[in-house]
Design a protein around this ligand. Structure first.
Ligand SMILES: *[C@@H]1O[C@H](CO)[C@@H](O)[C@H](O)[C@H]1NC(C)=O
Ligand SMILES: *[C@@H]1O[C@H](CO)[C@@H](O)[C@H](O)[C@H]1NC(C)=O
Ligand SMILES: *[C@@H]1O[C@H](CO)[C@@H](O)[C@H](O)[C@H]1NC(C)=O
Ligand SMILES: *[C@@H]1O[C@H](CO)[C@@H](O)[C@H](O)[C@H]1NC(C)=O
Ligand SMILES: *[C@@H]1O[C@H](CO)[C@@H](O)[C@H](O)[C@H]1NC(C)=O
Ligand SMILES: [Cu+2]
Length: 168
């Protein structure tokens, strides 16, 4: 016969599985600028990439794929460097694509610019607001298994809550 400890740790495992699958199914791969790719004037105007980002939700684990033709790069910069279009010395170049995966614990603003010529000034810059991907704040149906497990028994709930804290 399974003791209470067994029940609790099994429930913990189920929570872990639910959590893992929730995270996996929720990660979104974005192509920055969609078919326009990562480009500068004259193809785009100021604000183009922030218009692209508007209405999208970015979470830890999501990836941003920058694709381009011609001479461009991707620098991940601070707010000040984003605003000033600072020609920072560290950036990604080579090939014509770069994929950045947001850290799983990412939250807050992330800034990307191209430091070639005056592309940044012309609008080749992107600012995104990353919301943390805590399972309790998921807005689609994928967190349903978690809720179902929580409802199984009130004894199970504290174990699940504890695990969630450990994972955060
Ligand atoms: C790059 O050029 C190729 C060939 O003209 C085109 O098919 C592709 O869409 C372009 N990609 C971007 C990101 O502009
Ligand atoms: C961007 O503009 C250049 C020059 O006008 C053009 O050659 C290139 O194909 C354009 N790229 C895109 C993605 O529209
Ligand atoms: C940004 O540019 C402004 C105006 O040129 C300057 O005063 C400020 O120091 C710059 N900030 C950084 C972090 O470079
Ligand atoms: C994410 O975690 C890493 C190490 O686990 C830490 O260095 C980093 O500061 C964290 N980032 C945020 C935004 O909390
Ligand atoms: C980012 O989004 C969070 C949550 O919606 C909000 O509280 C915060 O003010 C936003 N940050 C910026 C710089 O807009
Ligand atoms: Cu550029």
């Amino acid at each position: 016969m399974m003791g209470r400890q067994g029940v609790v740790s099994m429930a913990g495992l189920l929570v872990l599985f639910a959590l893992a699958s929730t995270r996996t199914t929720m990660a979104t791969d974005y192509t920055v600028g969609d078919s326009m790719g990562w480009t500068g004037p004259p193809n785009i105007t100021e604000g183009f990439y922030n218009d692209w980002a508007a209405g999208k939700t970015f979470e830890g684990g999501d990836s941003l794929k920058f694709v381009w033709n011609g001479s461009h790069n991707v620098a991940i910069v601070s707010k000040e460097d984003y605003e000033n279009c600072t020609k920072v010395s560290s950036y990604f170049i080579g090939g014509s694509a770069f994929t950045y995966t947001l850290p799983s614990n990412a939250s807050g603003m992330y800034y990307f610019i191209c430091t070639v010529d005056s592309h940044c000034e012309g609008g080749q810059k992107l600012a995104i607001n990353v919301t943390s991907s805590e399972p309790s704040t998921t807005d689609d149906g994928s967190s349903a298994p978690l809720l179902a497990i929580g409802a199984l028994s009130s004894a199970v709930l504290p174990a699940g809550v504890l695990l969630l804290h450990l994972l955060n």
